[in-house]
Design a protein around this ligand. Structure first.
Ligand SMILES: [Fe+2]
Length: 317
């Protein structure tokens, strides 16, 4: 579908939308995230002191942050979000909540300047709009969204003809000493108040900076929207996937959580809501020991985003 749209990959057309969420909405999202962080602790790490749990497990994207995203951004939240976006659009199934608590570091070891390397968003090979929303102030200190200012810098990150990004996280980390001076020189870092959002489309290169060391906390979330006219240029399996997801976000979240090993949340959903009873067998089929192991012994490992939604049996990639 991307081949059917004329893309200007040198565009740096992003827009800040002040008060995308009002104060009470910010509070509502913030409280819901806090509640789920506590609930995940109660489910899997009840023996740990809360501060130790929070300070060690919420520093980068990992299994817990994916679980947090799928637990929090349910159909109720997307209903609120849908009121604020173009009526002729769908929500893309890929969305993230980032709660990053940075520790004070004494080491002088040179760390990469970016937490999320410069890249383009082509989720499921669709032309999308990304919204990046701050729930706490986001700035240089906390780490924030950033955009290259010059064609020279963008040219280092242009994707290939199949729209695959030039670097993945590992490759960027290996090359960061060479790339970071160029990035620091030509990057725009965006400061956001709580509730404000930045919006950009698939043709805009972007990344996120790492927090300056200190006790900073960043709470942001991002999601993508697709205009119907763009979706309908796509393959039938992708159209069906996006439509089905929009019709029932909670079922898709449930299945993603089951695959991430979050059987405790899924068990509660089955007890609470008759709609989920049909998945009782599926959940019983999951090896709980293995699930416990996924979360308890490997909470900091980042699952591959390509494996999320693998239960749809669509071969998107
Ligand atoms: Fe992105």
């Amino acid at each position: 579908m991307l081949n059917k749209i004329k893309l200007n990959l040198y565009s740096n057309n992003y827009k800040v939308e002040k008060n995308f969420l009002n104060k009470s909405e910010v509070n509502y999202f913030y409280k819901s995230i806090r509640k789920e962080i506590k609930s995940i602790q109660k489910d899997y790490f009840p023996y740990m002191d809360f501060n130790r749990y929070f300070n060690t497990m919420y520093q980068l994207e990992n299994r817990l942050s994916r679980i947090l995203s799928y637990r929090v951004l349910n159909s109720e939240k997307f209903k609120k979000i849908k009121k604020k976006i173009d009526k002729n659009s769908f929500i893309n199934p890929l969305f993230y909540i980032h709660v990053f608590k940075k520790k004070k570091l004494n080491s002088k070891k040179s760390l990469p300047f970016l937490d999320t390397l410069l890249h383009y968003d082509f989720p499921y090979k669709l032309y999308a709009n990304t919204y990046w929303v701050g729930l706490l102030p986001a700035n240089e200190k906390t780490g924030t969204i950033c955009f290259p200012k010059t064609k020279k810098l963008i040219s280092k990150f242009l994707p290939n003809k199949k729209f695959i990004n030039k670097y993945n996280a590992e490759k960027y980390i290996q090359n960061h000493k060479k790339l970071d001076p160029l990035i620091k020189k030509d990057i725009n870092m965006i400061s956001l108040d709580p509730g404000s959002a930045v919006r950009w489309s698939s043709e805009v290169c972007h990344g996120a900076t790492r927090a300056e060391y200190g006790d900073s906390l960043r709470i942001t979330f991002n999601f993508r929207t697709i205009l119907k006219k763009h979706l309908y240029m796509s393959e039938p399996n992708i159209i069906k996937f996006v439509e089905d997801f929009n019709n029932d976000v909670d079922i898709y979240n449930f299945l993603n959580l089951a695959n991430l090993g979050d059987y405790k949340f899924c068990e509660r959903m089955i007890k609470k809501n008759k709609r989920f009873i049909k998945f009782k067998n599926y959940l019983n089929g999951l090896n709980k020991k293995k699930c416990d192991n996924l979360i308890k012994s490997n909470p900091l490992k980042t699952p591959n985003w390509r494996e999320e939604y693998s239960f749809t049996k669509n071969n998107f990639f």
